[in-house]
Design a protein around this ligand. Structure first.
Ligand SMILES: *Cc1c(COP(=O)(O)O)cnc(C)c1O
Length: 465
């Protein structure tokens, strides 16, 4: 018997109502977790006893490798795929394991703000940057530009200068000195689709005044997007300072063990934008996830999501330890006769020290140390005294510190940006980004700092011969 349309409608209505109940229960749990401290959020996310009982009692968030969800009937399917109830349907769009990661990241990045915050996990950091920026490049017939700090990751530089500028004709206005507010102000206008900054930047460790640049962007109703991969939410949360969207390469310090490539974009609700539908402004991360993300397909594997989530649980204590180790290594290198210059925002000599000091604090540090403490992360770089060949000699003589284009690891890793991360952008691009030929980038791990310094020392000493 074929049901009458009215009957059909009441059956779908049942699922819509069930969905509303699921969403309300999650919202309550989210609000409960927002009252907790950083470590508690990192350990539990929104996965609670009720969720565990629906997952055979598993106290760890389960890995769902299934590409697709089975539905009770056609009504359930219809309502789920119309996004009228929480569901996951297909792992390119959503997946329960990813969902737990996204909720944890959103809570951590929103820690200390009163804003509602939503996250969307992606297959890599570059996928997050692409997904966080391309929705603003809608063709409206009017001219458009984007304003970005030139002190940024090589991949971001290429995305903006090649994919956007060369292939799509978007005008990219680079800010060369991110500390100079006049330079930002001169570039931002009513045709600016978004403003983008990285802090601290890779590999120059540059900083900028997030609050002041956010004000400049908001004055023309455009969003500020911040890449805070190097800081992580344990040390800095840009949303607290007025940024609208945060992007992360989760592959780095958030997943220090090094078992997964992953990314995330996180946005507060109610962002400014002169283009795009209302849904984009209301809840940008959800809008991206449900529409452009679904159509572009930069999904993260549930396995990688689980690996990242596992590392996130100890993010704060790890970033504390790694930051302390890095400060010691930076101080050591600053005093070394074979070293020309050291870039680390934790050093008082850094031009970026004051700007970083204002916003880079260990979350809940006062509970460990009796007073709030600044922490600056575990990425630094230094210039070897001499030319490019001298930098290569030091690099080639490292015996324990890995030679790899990687950072954020539990193991110390070194690279030469000119021939690796910033090779593609050429001499002019490197000059713009401020990448000297004798620069070595270091990501300091959890080894005893004395052993890290010994390795650097023996490599540096041999250069003078
Ligand atoms: C590595 C990195 C990215 C790109 O992330 P992937 O996960 O490698 O795609 C973006 N921004 C910064 C600051 C990075 O260090």
């Amino acid at each position: 018997m074929i049901p009458e349309p009215a009957v059909l409608e009441s059956r779908t209505q049942e699922y819509v109502e069930r969905g509303a109940q699921i969403a309300a229960a999650e919202a309550r749990q989210r609000q409960r977790m927002r009252q907790k401290r950083f470590d508690t959020i990192a350990v539990h996310g929104i996965y609670n006893m009720e969720a565990a009982l629906a997952n055979q009692g598993s106290i760890i968030e389960p890995a769902y490798f299934s590409p697709a969800q089975h539905f009770e009937n056609s009504d359930h399917m219809e309502v789920a795929l119309a996004y009228q109830m929480p569901a996951w349907a297909y792992s390119r769009i959503a997946n329960p394991t990813l969902h737990y990661l996204e909720e944890t990241i959103a809570l951590l990045e929103g820690y200390g703000t009163s804003d509602e915050v939503t996250a969307c996990a992606t297959g890599s950091g570059m996928a997050a940057i692409f997904m966080a920026t391309q929705p603003f490049l809608e063709q409206t017939g009017a001219p458009m530009n984007i304003v970005a700090s030139a002190k940024c990751y090589g991949g971001t530089f290429m995305l903006f200068s090649q994919r956007y500028a060369v292939e799509r004709g978007v005008e990219v206005r680079w800010v060369q000195d991110p500390l100079n507010l006049d330079e930002w102000a001169r570039q931002i206008d009513a045709n600016t689709r978004f403003v983008f900054g990285e802090m601290p930047s890779n590999p120059g460790l540059a900083a900028f005044d997030i609050a002041a640049v956010a004000d400049l962007a908001h004055a023309v109703q455009t969003p500020l997007i911040v890449d805070s991969t190097v800081a992580t939410a344990a040390l800095m949360r840009p949303l607290q300072h007025g940024a609208d969207i945060v992007v992360h390469s989760v592959s780095k310090s958030m997943a220090t063990s090094g078992f997964a490539i992953a990314g995330a974009l996180i946005a507060r609700h109610g962002i400014p934008s002169r283009v795009g539908p209302d849904a984009l402004r209301e809840n940008f991360a959800l809008y991206v996830k449900l529409l452009p993300f679904r159509d572009h397909g930069p999904a993260i594997s549930p396995f990688n999501a689980l690996m990242a989530m596992n590392d996130l649980r100890t993010l704060r204590s790890r970033m504390d330890l790694l930051s302390r180790n890095t400060l010691r290594v930076a101080e050591f290198l600053e005093a070394h006769p074979q070293v020309e210059a050291v870039n680390y925002p934790g050093l008082p000599s850094s031009p970026f020290h004051a700007a970083a000091q204002r916003v880079m604090w260990l979350a809940d540090g006062e509970d460990d140390y009796g007073a709030p403490v600044n922490r600056y992360g575990h990425l630094m770089s230094f210039q070897v005294r001499g030319d490019h060949a001298a930098a290569r000699r030091v690099f080639d003589r490292l015996e324990m510190i890995w030679r790899a284009t990687d950072l954020g690891r539990i193991k110390s890793v070194a690279t030469i940006p000119m021939i690796s991360t910033h090779q593609q952008q050429g001499d002019a691009g490197r000059a713009l980004a401020g990448i000297p030929v004798n620069l070595i980038r270091l990501s300091i791990g959890a080894e005893h700092p004395a052993d890290i310094m010994d390795d650097l020392d023996q490599a540096l000493r041999q250069t003078s011969i």
